[in-house]
Design a protein around this ligand. Structure first.
Ligand code: UT7
Length: 330
């Protein structure tokens, strides 16, 4: 699905806060056990950001990318922050992030598609570059999930964590980079995974606060089933459309929501388990940050020309798969 020039990821970065929330810590907070959490989700610990908003995570991840790639932030044209937990309802987090990292020639805006935010953002960022409109687009996935989690609700507090990751998109003249995507959404899904209050449907009030409507709530079983079927269907559809088989995929990068979702999705997709990347054990589900955290952690394993398949599923519902050819050796 070429729009003109290819757009490739040319650098990555990441940041997670120092504070660890372990399964043992959660055992002290809700009726759960390390054994239950590890066997049902594959998570051992997650990181928690105290005293700062999501932009803090995004800025740190962007600065990490800038250090690793040695680019001049003034050459960045656009900063997109994919997040479900922006600093504020109004005032794009990305605008603040761009200013703080010294991207003084850039404009910035936020993209909200919950756990699919970074996946959709990859399409947006590469379309801007492919069209020739901009040359350097910085895409950041950042979420402070701890700001919307009810630490009395054992069905959600064990899953989520805070973190951020970033990827730089630039033109590529070797035929590498973003190749194609298969994205879908279904608005019926919002009854199964949402933060009910704080938007225009249910503005914040004393009642919404008392009733816990500002916390994330989900029907875990429904989300689980649909995540597996939709992520794998999207990946299969994308492979079929491009005459790829599971053997052609060098790395599968699924959204990190639950290790059992990752395993079942990979199995249905037919990708060799050794090619399936996961770091959920140490970060939990960081929503829009899971995919770029994987890119950062596993960057050293990617080789120029590798076929990397991404898949995500999240609130909305939103979901899809994207295929790119990795563009550099580390
Ligand atoms: O990225 C998109 C966002 N969210 C997700 O992707 C999450 C998708 N869903 C899931 O990951 C899983 O559904 C959960 C981890 C949320 C739950 O796992 P499950 O295997 O689907 O458990 P379940 O809901 O079927 O519950 C089984 C039992 C229940 O007890 P009973 O009714 O069998 O007595 C739950 O009350 O486990 C109980 N339970 C827990 N027990 C200990 C639920 N949460 C916990 C807990 N510790 N933290």
């Amino acid at each position: 699905m070429s729009l003109g020039q290819n757009a490739a990821i040319t650098a990555v970065g990441a940041y997670v806060p120092d504070e660890v929330l372990s399964n043992a810590d959660l055992e002290q907070m809700v009726d759960t056990s390390d054994d239950w959490i590890r066997s049902r989700t594959g998570i051992s610990e997650r990181r928690i950001l105290k005293d700062h908003p999501t932009s803090f995570l995004a800025i740190k991840a962007a600065q990490n990318l800038i250090e690793r790639s040695a680019i001049d932030p003034k050459t960045i044209d656009l900063v997109i922050v994919s997040t479900a937990t922006p600093d504020m309802m109004i005032a794009a987090t990305a605008a603040y992030v761009a200013s703080e990292i010294g991207a003084t020639q850039a404009f910035g805006y936020d993209l909200q598609a919950a756990c699919s935010g970074f996946l959709y953002g990859m399409s947006t960022a590469s379309a801007y570059v492919s069209s020739g409109r901009y040359k350097r687009v910085l895409l950041i996935g950042a979420d402070k999930m701890s700001s919307i989690i009810d630490y009395k609700d054992r069905t959600t507090c064990i899953i989520f964590g805070d973190g951020a990751g970033a990827a730089l998109f630039e033109p590529n003249d070797e035929g590498l980079g973003f190749m194609d995507e298969h994205f879908r959404s279904d608005g019926v899904g919002r009854q199964h995974l949402h933060v009910k209050a704080g938007g225009s449907m249910m503005p914040a009030s004393q009642e919404t606060t008392q009733n816990g409507h500002h916390y994330l709530r989900q029907d875990g079983k429904t989300v689980f089933k649909l995540a597996v079927s939709n992520m794998s269907d999207a990946a299969i559809n994308l492979m079929d459309k491009n005459n790829l088989t599971a053997n052609d995929i060098d790395f599968f990068v699924p959204h990190q929501a639950n290790q059992r979702i990752i395993d079942a999705t990979a199995q249905r997709t037919g990708v060799d388990p050794e090619k399936v990347l996961s770091n959920i054990v140490k970060y939990g589900n960081t929503t829009a940050a899971t995919l770029p955290l994987i890119l950062s952690d596993f960057e050293h394993r990617f080789k120029k020309g590798d076929n990397v398949m991404f898949a995500a599923f999240g609130g909305g519902f939103t979901w899809g798969a994207a295929w790119l050819k990795w563009a550099y050796n580390t």
